[in-house]
Write a protein that binds this ligand. Structure first.
Ligand SMILES: NC(=O)c1ccc[n+]([C@@H]2O[C@H](COP(=O)([O-])OP(=O)(O)OC[C@H]3O[C@@H](n4cnc5c(N)ncnc54)[C@H](OP(=O)(O)O)[C@@H]3O)[C@@H](O)[C@H]2O)c1
Length: 255
């Protein structure tokens, strides 16, 4: 029997990360990292375990390099190998106007979103170099290239992920490793419950105003693209930043 590839998905127990896990399940074994919502993680593992994949859970706040290293070491010892696939989806939003907030408010989010992503990429890359194979997908956001008030920290982190991933892609391409960004627009998830409720409260009128496709994306809309980028068929796609946003980033301001 051919051994399944191992995919490490941060934030793999909820929302977009879970959509990615569902899309990879069956073909890959799954190592799912999450912060601390154990009920959600256990129910995700129950669902994904029915596909025949090995599913392991790795709880713990990821807020800097040491946390990333701890996670990587735990995955190595629990799964017996390093991941061939890394999807960085863990993340929160922390909105606040720049001039009304302390610097530390922004520093924490940028560290969690950007530096943890960079740390995990560096940790998985060494063994990927040896295997001459690897797939990295970092979940960005259209906020990485499309400004939104009160999201300076999130915009800085997501734009940083774009620049980091494109440059990384260039450095590792010769070892059979690809690195891409998938940049979602509005996707239904626990993170976006409030805004989704607001947009859906007026029989779709507000949705059509903001999203050209006229509907809100689901985690599987992101998951299917990520799974393709992680496949052997996607070997020639690297350094791409691909929006999944129903056309929202195309820039129609309506005036
Ligand atoms: N939903 C959208 O519309 C949207 C749009 C653009 C980009 N994104 C990006 O997509 C990614 C996932 O968002 P989502 O909507 O799927 O969010 P979500 O449903 O809230 O899921 C977030 C996941 O990340 C984990 N997590 C969060 N912070 C963590 C930390 N510091 N350490 C370890 N785990 C952490 C959570 O664990 P617990 O459940 O244990 O807390 C959960 O598994 C994020 O990077 C976000 O910026 C989302």
């Amino acid at each position: 029997m051919i051994e399944k590839r191992l995919a490490l998905i941060t934030g793999g127990t909820s929302g977009i990360g879970f959509g990615v896990a569902e899309a990879l399940a069956g073909d890959c074994d799954l190592a799912l990292a999450y912060a601390g919502n154990h009920d959600r993680a256990n129910s995700a593992a129950d669902i994904l375990g029915k596909t025949g994949s090995e599913v392991k859970l790795f709880p713990g706040e990821l807020s800097g390099y040491d946390d990333a290293k701890r996670l990587f070491d735990e995955v190595l010892s629990t799964c017996g190998k390093s991941p061939e696939i890394l999807v960085n989806s863990a993340g929160r939003i922390r909105d606040g106007f720049f001039m009304q907030t302390d610097f530390s408010f922004h520093e924490a989010l940028v560290t969690q979103q950007l530096l943890v992503t960079m740390a995990l990429c560096q940790l998985v890359l060494k063994p990927m170099y040896g295997k001459r194979y690897g797939r990295i997908v970092n979940i960005g956001s259209i906020t990485g290239f499309y400004a939104k008030r009160s999201q300076v920290n999130y915009a800085a982190a997501k734009a940083g992920i774009n620049g980091f991933t494109r440059t990384l892609a260039l450095e590792v391409a010769h070892r059979g490793i690809t690195a891409n960004v998938v940049a979602p627009g509005l996707i239904r998830s626990p993170m976006t419950e409030g805004i989704v409720r607001y947009l859906e409260s007026d029989s779709g009128k507000k949705i059509a105003q903001h999203i050209p496709s006229g509907f809100i994306g689901e985690p599987e809309d992101v998951g299917s693209l990520v799974a393709f980028l992680c496949s052997d068929e996607a070997r020639y796609i690297t350094g791409a930043v691909i929006p999944v946003d129903g056309g929202r980033s195309l820039g129609d301001t309506g005036i």
